[in-house]
Ligand binder design. Structure first.
Ligand SMILES: C[S@@+](CC[C@H](N)C(=O)[O-])C[C@H]1O[C@@H](n2cnc3c(N)ncnc32)[C@H](O)[C@@H]1O
Length: 300
């Protein structure tokens, strides 16, 4: 959704833009191509490998690029350190990259057999091993149910706890075989994807961090500045949609038909009334884009 991102995000070539999910730097490179000598891109990623990869790709723009290996949830501090008070756009292309999924050592994929890790940022202590081996059964079931939307969450959690009593669950392959032993047959792959997604979201605290990145963005976004978010599952998309709707509202409902609603000054104008989706062609070339939803809003 490269063209859609550029069209909605970049409104002034002299602006300061933040790519809060830098990844391999694909979007960042195209943003840089649209900037003037005065423009600037701040690329943030929690994963040090992504920063290295993107650094190579963006080398030719080095005078206009700052790369930061941190969680974008710390963006207010990051901007303060760089003495930047306003930016003209924030891009979030959420989740993990195919580069991270393909790197078996990161332990994100149920197709490999690596140590359970799933940390975007290797400096943090909570990893998938700790979630799988130390969470209480109920807590584990809640993670799988809420973040994976997996119907059989309770049975999967019970089986995990039963198996780990004999010996810790060390690898992605062991976890995958436990899930498969509960959800057999043709549904297993979908359940595997849901369980691994759930644990990844928990390890990286993705949904809470998304909420805090969005709410902080109002504090530093210039008038007319844009927030563009690409999400890949309904939980993320719901957070973005709710945030945009609340900030664009012109009234606060009283909740009582005899009392008038309270007027409020909106902070955002929603640009995409409905989320944009990848074209058929893009979906064919890049299967991950099939679930992508892009929403954009402008600071007012
Ligand atoms: C889908 S990829 C982005 C791909 C990128 N747009 C590109 O064109 O190559 C998501 C990236 O964002 C990073 N990420 C996700 N959430 C983050 C957060 N809260 N803070 C920092 N990095 C984050 C991941 O480590 C991953 O590298």
């Amino acid at each position: 959704m490269l063209n859609e991102v550029l069209e909605h995000l970049v409104t002034t070539a002299d602006g300061i833009y933040v790519d809060g999910t830098l990844g391999g730097g694909g979007h960042a490179e195209k943003i840089c191509e649209r900037l003037s000598e005065k423009g600037m891109l701040i690329g943030i990623d929690a994963d040090a490998d992504a920063i290295n990869e993107a650094g190579k790709r963006l080398h030719r723009f080095k005078n206009n690029v700052q790369l930061v290996n941190d969680n974008t949830a710390h963006i207010a501090d990051i901007l303060r350190t760089q003495h930047i008070s306003t930016v003209h756009g924030l891009l979030l292309d959420l989740g993990v990259s195919s580069f991270q999924l393909d790197d078996a050592s990161k332990g994100f994929s149920f197709r490999g057999n690596e140590r359970l890790d799933m940390r975007m940022d290797r400096r943090q202590s909570l990893d998938a091993y700790a979630v799988v081996n130390s969470y209480e059964e109920e807590e584990l079931a809640d993670v799988i149910f809420h973040y994976g939307e997996e119907r059989l969450s309770r049975r999967i959690a019970r089986k995990i706890v039963y198996r780990r009593e004999a010996a810790p669950i060390e690898t992605t392959g062991q976890l995958a075989s436990i899930v498969e032993s509960v959800v057999g047959g043709k549904f297993a792959v979908k359940s595997l994807a849901r369980v691994f997604q759930a644990i990844r979201i928990e390890v990286n605290d993705e949904l809470h961090r998304l909420k805090s990145i969005l709410s902080d963005s109002l504090g530093y976004m210039a008038d007319g500045g844009r927030i563009v978010v690409i999400s890949y599952h309904s939980l993320e998309d719901r957070i973005v949609k709710t945030f945009f709707n609340e900030c664009a509202a012109t009234t606060i409902p009283s909740g009582n038909k005899f009392q008038p609603d309270t007027p409020r000054i909106p902070e955002l104008r929603i640009i995409t009334k409905k989320p944009l989706e990848a074209t058929e062609e893009e979906q064919k070339n890049n299967p991950r884009s099939r679930s992508a939803k892009l929403r954009a809003a402008e600071r007012i």
